[in-house]
Design a protein around this ligand. Structure first.
Ligand SMILES: Nc1ncnc2c1ncn2[C@@H]1O[C@H](COP(=O)(O)OP(=O)(O)O)[C@@H](O)[C@H]1O
Ligand SMILES: [Mg+2]
Length: 334
């Protein structure tokens, strides 16, 4: 029986061998709990390890239990998003197969500016953008057209994105960038706002890629003068989603070759960014049918109720099979 180590992040320190019984009953831990159960259903012997701010537990665990592979659900270390790539780098140096994106891929995709620079090189369309690092002058580059959306350069889950992220003039741009610099302690990226439909495209694979059925975010009752963006609230506040009629759905087959173009674009982007195992793209399509990649998500959420798993089920890959496939891909990679 193969030994699995399920690795994830924790908001406080827990020692090796801690069982997470209480935590796994809570909503915040749903993904860890679901992956844990799925791994057991696949027949693996599973140990749990949470990382907070101490790496010695990882080294000790590996010394003592020599797992055959690590299922990597780590998104932060010391509660910092951008440390995710360092955790993957450590796993790589330990030479134990691990699931999901490599450290290099997390590095490229963790920076929304860098991702776009690479995609543009490969002639994949992205919104025009400018990166404002902290301690640099904030100004309006001439080639950018309003409105712009201002985001933290290295965040996810729409943290730092609200209706105020959409700016119509230079003054508002400067204020929002400074807000991210000063209050968020984050570098910022300003992108041209792409008005249009928003799709989520999940892909599985190392070499041969499978694009799963596309999902769409429907903005429902949002008033015409309110921007249609997936803010933090629009993604995670269930009461707000209900009130505004915001829903994520399967739009069905998209007409006029759009489906095929989206699939082709996202496959090219997946390869350009050297993604592996599984990933999800956030894309927008404007009224003229032009496809823009907004974001490449390496190691996107694997909850049963998130986009990737929902799309997998639609493609006849039930959850346990999905987790099994991810493990197989990780084992094949070495
Ligand atoms: N250039 C853009 N044009 C239009 N909407 C955007 C743009 N960039 C981001 N958004 C909106 O903001 C949401 C979050 O942005 P994204 O770059 O995916 O960051 P996160 O990593 O927080 O998910 C998107 O799902 C989309 O609704
Ligand atoms: Mg996103």
């Amino acid at each position: 029986m193969k030994r699995a180590l399920l690795l994830f992040d924790t908001p406080v320190f827990h020692p090796r061998g801690y069982e997470y019984k209480q935590e796994f009953r809570e909503d915040d831990w749903m993904t860890e709990d679901e992956v844990y159960r799925a791994l057991k259903q696949c027949g693996y012997e599973v140990r749990l390890l949470g990382l907070h701010d101490d790496l010695s537990v990882l080294f000790e665990e590996i010394d003592h239990t020599s797992p055959d592979f690590i299922f990597n659900l780590t998104e932060v270390f010391r509660q910092k998003t951008h440390y995710d790539k360092h955790v993957a780098a450590l796993l790589e140096m330990l030479e134990i197969p691990y699931t999901g994106a490599s450290a290099e891929c997390l590095f490229l995709c963790g920076d929304k500016g860098l991702t776009k620079k690479i995609l543009r090189f490969h002639r994949i369309q992205v919104p025009r953008f400018y990166v404002f690092y902290r301690n640099q002058r904030v100004w309006l580059p001439k080639r950018l057209r309003m409105p712009l959306i201002v985001k933290p350069l290295q965040e996810e889950a729409s943290r730092g994105i609200s209706q105020a992220s959409l700016v119509e003039d230079e003054q508002a741009l400067i204020e929002r960038v400074r807000f991210l610099h000063d209050h968020y302690h984050a570098d910022a990226i300003a992108e041209e706002y792409i008005d249009g439909r928003e799709f989520y495209v999940s892909i599985l694979g190392n070499r041969r890629l499978q694009v799963l059925p596309v999902r769409e975010m429907k903005f429902g009752q949002i008033h015409d003068d309110e921007p249609r963006i997936a803010t933090y609230k629009a993604k995670w506040d269930y009461e707000y989603r209900e009130r505004k009629g915001i829903k994520n759905v399967f739009p069905g087959k998209l007409p006029n070759g759009l489906q095929e173009r989206i699939e082709e674009t996202c496959k090219r982007a997946y390869r350009a960014l050297n993604m592996q195992c599984y990933a999800r793209f956030d894309v927008r399509v404007n009224a003229q049918g032009r496809i823009y990649v907004l974001e490449a998500n390496a190691n996107p959420c694997l909850s049963r109720y998130d986009e990737l798993a929902e799309s997998a089920v639609k493609a006849d890959i039930p959850y346990v099979k999905l987790i099994q496939r991810i493990v197989r891909m990780a084992l094949k990679r070495t």
